[in-house]
Design a binder for this molecule. Structure first.
Ligand SMILES: [Zn+2]
Length: 173
């Protein structure tokens, strides 16, 4: 699987549209859908696409599809999941953190007591707030150590979850 192979004929028209589409309108350059947007690996210069177009292009290019389940998220982004557990101070189990990440990637709200206490139950507030929490978890990743936010411990829990023996109530207890 390589992104440097020439585009197939089937992709050529699609590619032209993608290459010449205007960016910066907060919409997918191919179909006009709103975000979230996903960069296509190897094609950063062409701008990110909406989830549906991303999957379409990725499939045509023979790239890996985006994870669609918490299990897939745990396999693909174990480090981000672990940092999210740290950011939640252990409130999130690995599975809950993966589900929250999946919701963020799909522009869906993630309902849980923690987000509810922070952002209330309004759908848009939850989506925006959840995105904030996730971005902060990644931005603060170098501070995830010590009591209640230990990254190494979180990584071990993510590995345990991937083997089907992860925590079920909260991560640290
Ligand atoms: Zn699109």
């Amino acid at each position: 699987m390589t992104t440097t192979e020439p585009f197939t004929e089937a992709l050529a028209a699609f590619h032209d549209l993608w290459r010449t589409a205007p960016f910066g309108e907060g919409r997918c350059p191919l179909c006009g859908a709103r975000g979230p947007f996903f960069p296509v690996p190897g094609f950063a210069d062409r701008g990110p696409l909406c989830a549906r177009c991303h999957d379409d292009v990725a499939a045509r290019l023979g790239l890996r599809a985006r994870p669609r389940t918490p299990e897939g998220v745990l396999r693909r982004w174990p480090r981000i999941v672990a940092h999210l557990i740290c950011a939640s101070l252990g409130y999130f189990t690995p599975r809950a953190a993966a589900a929250a990440l999946l919701a963020y990637r799909d522009d869906e709200p993630f309902y849980c007591e923690w987000f509810d206490s922070l952002f209330g139950m309004d759908r848009q507030e939850l989506i925006a707030g959840g995105a904030q929490v996730l971005r902060a978890a990644v931005a603060d990743r170098h501070r995830h150590r010590g009591y209640m936010a230990d990254y190494a411990t979180a990584r071990r829990l993510v590995a345990a979850e991937r083997e089907g023996r992860g925590p079920t109530l909260a991560s640290w207890f």
